[in-house]
Design a protein around this ligand. Structure first.
Ligand SMILES: Nc1nc2c(ncn2[C@@H]2O[C@H](COP(=O)(O)OP(=O)(O)OP(=O)(O)O)[C@@H](O)[C@H]2O)c(=O)[nH]1
Ligand SMILES: [Zn+2]
Length: 354
């Protein structure tokens, strides 16, 4: 398999100067990660890598472990195998603050120059959700660019309306629209990509991230290079390469553990739906409405209107039942607002676990 030069992988004098005593072949970039097994690449090739014991034992938290995008020091020891001795350089880390246990951060990728936040124009478009991604980028000092994908599936008017809303809410945010069959869109996106810079694609599952990455990579179609079996673990684990180099330069990172950070569209929709349910429940005809069969229930109505998904509603009811079960007294049950707030928290915690 062909490999890339360090420069094609994004290496520059800034990075080099942090550990200039190292030989070139000791430098490598992490191109995929799965459960503490890594794929790293340099001009010698691609290696399956594990971290050195001492690194594991001295590690205090997740930031001490390598992640996709990192520059690491490696020591090859076998055909296509290497040990990672240390993490060398991090310009920034794209991370998401977990709302669940201990509020621990979840790491997405490192050394990113620009993030492409992808939203499909035809569904799920929601400014609050866009904001979450934008904030995540600003926190890491990364400039975001919003891509409205699947523009072929909505009318010009709807698209225009969306663009206006975005402009109003995020005046600084650069926005592109794409449709896969339109070569001009892809060219426009290509123009945003500079040779030795690294770009990370963010967004819910199914919005078209991999499709765009594949189009940008052209004939170098994303190789589904797999991380081999863990011999000492007995379990077969595979993962896809996440970082790829474009033919004319430019490093793309796709799907950097997005599933692990719980950004699938359904759980996102869920998180958005719950505050809405809380709000709506204040408009129910009966103050003790169970939102299951009552006439004049604003929640049921919203489900019928399609404002709240069936899935979110079912989950809401399920959590509601759990809540009821644990409520120790009638008084507790009447503290509806409070328990609902708690429920939202529970949902978020559930979400983090996915
Ligand atoms: N109509 C239309 N469909 C598109 C477009 N872009 C992508 N799709 C389709 O949307 C589906 C999902 O695309 P993917 O590229 O797999 O989405 P993804 O964001 O990588 O999804 P995950 O890998 O699950 O995170 C595929 O069936 C694509 O063919 C577009 O511009 N227009
Ligand atoms: Zn109700």
């Amino acid at each position: 398999m062909k490999t890339n030069s360090l420069e094609q992988l994004g290496f520059n004098s800034n990075i080099y100067s942090t550990h200039s005593q190292l030989n070139r072949e000791e430098w490598a970039r992490v191109i995929a990660e799965h459960k503490e097994r890594y794929l790293v690449q340099n001009e010698e090739g691609t290696f399956e890598a594990e971290i050195m014991g001492h690194l594991r034992f001295t590690a205090e938290d997740r930031t001490d472990f390598p992640m996709v995008g990192d520059w690491v020091q490696i020591m090859p020891f076998d055909e296509g195998k290497a040990l990672i001795q240390q993490v060398l350089y991090r310009q920034n880390i794209l991370k998401r603050q977990a709302i669940g246990k201990d509020g621990e951060a979840q790491y997405i990728a490192s050394n990113i120059d620009k993030a492409f936040i992808v939203f499909s124009a035809n569904r799920d478009f929601n400014l609050n959700r866009v904001e979450r991604f934008v904030v995540l980028c600003y926190d890491a000092n990364i400039t975001p660019l919003l891509i409205l994908s699947k523009a072929d599936l909505v009318s010009q008017e709807d698209l225009h309306e969306m663009q206006l809303q975005i402009l109003e809410r995020f005046p600084e945010l650069e926005v592109l629209t794409t449709k896969i069959d339109d070569e001009a869109c892809i060219q426009e996106l290509k123009l945003k990509i500079e040779q030795d810079k690294t770009y990370c694609f963010l967004g819910s599952s199914g919005v078209g991230k991999s499709t765009l990455v594949n189009l940008l990579l052209g004939e170098d179609k994303m190789l589904t290079l797999e991380i081999g079996t863990g011999t000492n673990r007995g379990k077969h684990t595979t993962t896809h390469r996440e970082l790829s180099v474009m033919k004319d330069g430019g490093v793309l990172i796709d799907n950097p553990g997005m599933r692990e950070v719980g950004m699938t569209s359904s759980s996102d929709a869920m998180e958005d739906a719950f505050p809405l349910i809380m709000e709506l429940s204040e408009q129910c005809k009966f103050s003790d409405c169970t939102h299951q069969h009552e006439k004049g229930c604003a929640v049921i109505e919203a489900v019928h209107e399609g404002e709240i998904s069936e899935e979110a509603y079912e989950n809401f009811l399920k959590l509601n039942r759990e809540q009821e079960h644990y409520a120790s007294s009638e008084a507790d049950k009447r503290k509806k607002g409070k328990s609902l707030a708690k429920m939202v928290k529970t949902v978020k915690q559930h979400k983090e676990r996915f």
